[in-house]
Design a binder for this molecule. Structure first.
Ligand SMILES: Nc1nc2c(ncn2[C@@H]2O[C@H](COP(=O)(O)OP(=O)(O)OP(=O)(O)O)[C@@H](O)[C@H]2O)c(=O)[nH]1
Ligand SMILES: [Mg+2]
Length: 611
């Protein structure tokens, strides 16, 4: 696998344009191979740049790009690293990666069908019914426990099924289930009709742009009411095909095992009209379905391969979990050696339990995986430390000014409808003006009752602030809000609410944090680093400069820019702090324009205790 990539890249490097793609991290030997030169030449260039390296030394993209440039190559970051670091979530990462594969390498793969629906509408029973009807008895063997992913054969074609829970608390799992699917089967009990999680599931499927088939379940029940359900479907925009719409609605009974053939036919019909492809020889990646730590077997992760062919012995990375695959099993629990696109498998060998829905991919070595994990852990800490990532009413004004946001998004809850209406209308009427125009308040969602976890999740995904009037949060919601640092605010006087919002829009809501200057540095030289922009080569003149802090760029006594430290290096190492008297390279987020002589003031934000 490594050799294939490097060979390909080596040939590419022979092209006239001398453009090469490099991963985020590589060892000196690999870089030499990619640019078709001897490792000694690389080591020489590194030494000339002050980096002592041996042939097995790991270097990062920035360093490699400088070396490559000196040897006449223009390097760009490999697509997978680029896409992974971009924070675009409208289109799932796996789709963007497959779309970037060479068309001629793409071949059809089995469709991945995710089952979604309201709690107790029969998703799991339906999946069990399909499995027992479709998988030869002998094959099912001793499986009695519930598994959430498996494959069946219908008309000689393989179909992959994934289950999801319907309980209100599992919003994220439903969203990810829809993201990973080619087709969604929306299970709705004919005796119960369209319910809250049915609507939510529908929204996830729509957001993911995935075709939907409706399985009208429990049709055997005496109180099943198919006509009423079709009416409800039409109301939510899923007009049934027998009403001249384009949603296939299949009546089924998971208990009586009726309608299953029709459902399978519908799946194949929709598959035939959808592009369901992957490169089985390409980069290996996919999605974690679920994972747990087993006493005897260590971490066991169930996952779906979406591209490439995963092999036992490969090194995986999923979020900050990583490890070499010690053993791999198909959905029957039989050991297997490799698994191609659309195959659900479980693997042993990860060091930690990855989150469900996490993107995984294969990397060259355990060492490479560890380097990425360290970077990711650092990034997590930085994100938590940077007030720019956490959205609060207090920092909204900075976000408006920096252009990160142009409206204040709110989720509003109140105890009774009578208070909710005036609150929402007065909040909506608040506006402010700044140099760039008008800033408005947008109420994304409002309702009565306590603040729920799914509302806090909505705040996270839509970068909103939650305001409650005479209400509280339920436990799951407050845990989630704490963990994800969502600003949830409580009021019992209406004008305090509107007053806070007005102040926030005008930048008058004082942060409960104060700045404490911890050090100063003077810029001695400016270095250009690909991808990272300009770095200020500086000497710390006072106190210390910290990685998890902010910098005020001062020139001739004026503040030019203020933002978080984006990188801090002492010699070639990433460091957390540099003390007075030492030299270091400082990167400041969103700033490139350093000049020799600039003063960089480093400060942290300390929360002022409420008196
Ligand atoms: N009569 C009848 N009952 C059904 C049918 N399908 C499921 N049930 C019953 O409905 C209940 C819920 O079924 P599950 O399959 O657990 O529902 P689910 O959608 O997976 O539920 P969650 O995973 O908790 O969201 C069980 O008691 C099933 O026996 C059906 O077609 N007919
Ligand atoms: Mg279930």
């Amino acid at each position: 696998m490594t050799e294939e990539i490097t060979e390909k890249e080596a040939t590419e490097s022979e092209n006239a344009d001398n453009h090469i793609e490099l991963p985020a991290f590589m060892i000196v030997r690999d870089l030499a191979e990619i640019i078709n030169t001897s490792p000694i030449d690389i080591i020489k260039v590194l030494m000339a740049n002050g980096v002592m390296a041996n042939i097995n030394q790991q270097i990062d993209f920035d360093t490699a790009a400088i070396v490559a440039a000196e040897l006449g190559f223009e390097a760009s970051l490999e697509l997978i690293d680029q896409l992974e670091s971009e924070e675009v979530d409208e289109i799932a990462l796996w789709r963007r990666l497959i779309a970037a594969e060479d068309k001629k390498d793409l071949n059809p793969r089995p469709p991945v069908v995710t089952i979604l629906g309201h709690v107790d509408h029969g998703k799991t029973t339906l999946l069990d019914a399909i499995r027992s009807a479709k998988v030869a008895d002998g094959e099912v063997g001793g499986i009695t426990q519930h598994i959430s992913a498996y494959q069946v054969v219908h008309n000689d074609r393989l179909i992959t099924f994934l289950d999801t829970p319907g309980h209100a608390a599992f919003t994220a799992m439903r969203s990810r289930g829809a993201q990973g699917a080619d087709i969604v089967i929306l299970v709705i009990a004919a005796d119960d009709g369209v319910m809250p999680q049915t609507k939510e599931a529908l929204n996830h499927a729509k957001a993911a742009g995935v075709p939907i088939i409706v399985a009208m379940n429990k049709i055997d029940r005496p109180n099943a009411n198919p006509e009423r359900l079709k009416q409800q479907l039409a109301e939510v925009g899923l007009v049934p095909d027998d009403w001249d719409g384009d949603t296939i609605v299949v009546p089924v009974s998971a208990i009586k095992k009726t309608g299953l053939e029709d459902l399978m036919e519908a799946v194949l019909l929709v598959s035939d009209n959808t592009e369901i492809i992957a490169n089985s020889e390409g980069q290996v990646f996919g999605t974690i379905i679920e994972a747990e730590r087993d006493r005897a077997r260590g971490v066991v992760a169930t996952m779906l391969v979406q591209n490439g062919t995963l092999k036992r012995g490969d090194v995986l990375i999923a979020g900050t979990a990583h490890g070499r695959i010690k053993a791999m099993f198909d959905y029957h629990g039989n050991p297997i050696e490799e698994a191609g696109p659309s195959t659900p498998i479980s693997v042993m060998g990860l060091d930690n339990v990855p989150e469900a829905g996490e993107f995984f991919r294969v990397v060259d070595s355990e060492k490479a995986a560890r380097v990425i994990v360290v970077e990711r852990e650092q990034k997590k800490k930085d994100d938590a430390a940077s007030s720019f990532k956490v959205i609060t009413l207090e920092n909204m004004f900075e976000r408006f000014q920096s252009g990160l946001a142009r409206e204040l998004r709110l989720i509003v809850k109140a105890d009774v409808q009578g208070s909710l209406e005036p609150i929402v209308s007065s909040l909506k009427s608040i506006t402010a003006n700044d140099d760039a125009g008008v800033i408005n308040v947008k109420v994304l969602h409002s309702g009565t009752g306590n603040i729920s976890e799914s509302e806090v999740m909505l705040a996270k995904t839509s970068q909103a602030i939650v305001m409650g009037f005479n209400v509280s949060t339920d436990t799951a919601a407050s845990l989630y809000a704490d963990r994800e640092k969502i600003d949830v605010r409580f009021y019992d006087i209406i004008y305090r609410m509107t007053e806070d919002v007005e102040k926030a829009l005008k930048g008058m809501l004082l942060p409960e944090e104060k700045e404490v200057t911890i050090g100063k540095a003077e810029v001695k030289a400016v270095f250009k680093v690909r991808k990272a922009g300009n770095i200020a080569g500086s000497r710390v003149t006072q106190g210390e400069i910290k990685r998890n802090a902010f910098i005020r760029v001062m020139r001739a006594g004026k503040v030019l820019h203020e933002n978080s430290v984006s990188s801090l290096k002492h010699e070639k190492d990433n460091v957390n702090e540099v003390r007075s008297g030492f030299e270091c390279g400082i990167g400041v987020k969103g700033f490139d324009d350093f000049k020799v002589g600039d003063i960089l003031e480093c400060y942290i934000q300390e929360t002022v205790p409420v008196s």
